[in-house]
Design a protein around this ligand. Structure first.
Ligand SMILES: NC(=O)c1ccc[n+]([C@@H]2O[C@H](COP(=O)([O-])OP(=O)(O)OC[C@H]3O[C@@H](n4cnc5c(N)ncnc54)[C@H](OP(=O)(O)O)[C@@H]3O)[C@@H](O)[C@H]2O)c1
Length: 254
């Protein structure tokens, strides 16, 4: 029986790469994002069944529309990847952009995780990967405060669910992907420049899928970032936050 992979935010960057790689692994695809033209290009490129659902995940009703479209399909992989960031002082940030960020990065991810998890438990198989960020493993990110906070929600929620599933002996896997900089359109949308060199979306996704199959709960696809996260645990929190602030200021010359 053909199994399916759902990828949110599949129109560019990490999501588009997940789509291409999962197609190569033989999954049928269900791809979603707002830019349908981009999704159509990916559909042309992949040699597998591919359904496109153009949706704005800031809207709860659109999240349900996506779910209902796949409810009856055997979905083996669900990648909650859609998300974006913003940079600058919290007091100056555009409130509507931040509310939209909370809606996509937190609310849509939360809602779709619950619906996907219930469906996969009924199926008795399936893997959910929530794309967070190494920002979600750090105590706070001044000058990108809202984005860091949204990604902390993703890592906290995902790790808690993973423990519940382990304790229940559930066949369903859940994990979070926590990359450092990846070369995508993220910077353009967030209006920043990376302070550190980014990895390619292709490396990020290959690493993520390999670790997902090993059922790793927190996936960090680059050695320097893995080391930085380990080192960070030993830093006094205030110092850690100041270092994060310094890095963020360099991104936008604040
Ligand atoms: N690039 C990095 O350095 C980095 C590092 C750590 C984590 N991440 C995370 O990785 C994920 C993917 O980002 P990326 O780097 O690949 O950036 P990207 O190229 O800008 O891709 C973001 C994707 O999210 C979708 N999206 C944004 N708002 C949406 C909305 N309202 N409704 C539906 N889809 C929406 C976009 O599609 P449309 O615009 O077509 O709707 C796009 O497909 C994000 O969650 C991001 O936070 C990125």
């Amino acid at each position: 029986m053909k199994k399916y992979a759902v990828v949110t935010g599949a129109s560019s960057g990490i999501g588009a790469e997940f789509a291409k790689r999962l197609a190569k692994e033989g999954y049928g695809l269900v791809l979603t994002a707002r830019r349908g033209d981009r999704l159509k290009k990916i559909k042309k490129h992949v040699k597998t069944e591919c359904e496109i659902i153009t949706a704005d995940l800031t809207k709860e009703i659109e999240c349900y529309r996506l779910y209902h479209a796949v409810e009856d399909k055997p979905v083996a992989v669900w990648i909650n990847n859609a998300g974006f960031g913003d940079c600058g002082k919290f007091k100056n940030g555009e409130l509507q952009k931040e509310m939209d960020m909370l809606s996509v990065n937190v609310r849509a991810m939360h809602l779709l995780t619950k619906l996907a998890l219930r469906k996969m438990e009924r199926q008795k198989y399936g893997s959910i990967l929530n794309v967070a960020s190494c920002a979600g493993l750090m105590p706070a990110g001044p000058y990108m405060a809202s984005y860091y906070a949204t990604k902390s929600y993703v890592t906290s929620l995902t790790r808690a669910i993973a423990e519940e599933l382990r304790s229940d002996g559930s066949p369903v896997y859940i994990g979070c992907l926590c990359p450092g900089p990846v070369d995508t359109e993220f910077n353009e949308v967030a209006d920043v420049e990376f302070a550190l060199k980014g990895i390619s979306p292709s490396y990020c996704v290959r690493y993520a899928l390999k670790k997902m199959k090993q059922r790793k709960k927190v996936i960090i696809p680059s050695l320097p970032v893995r080391l930085a996260m380990i080192f960070g645990r030993f830093l006094p929190e205030e110092l850690y936050i100041r270092i994060a602030a310094h890095q963020q200021r360099r991104k936008k010359k604040l």
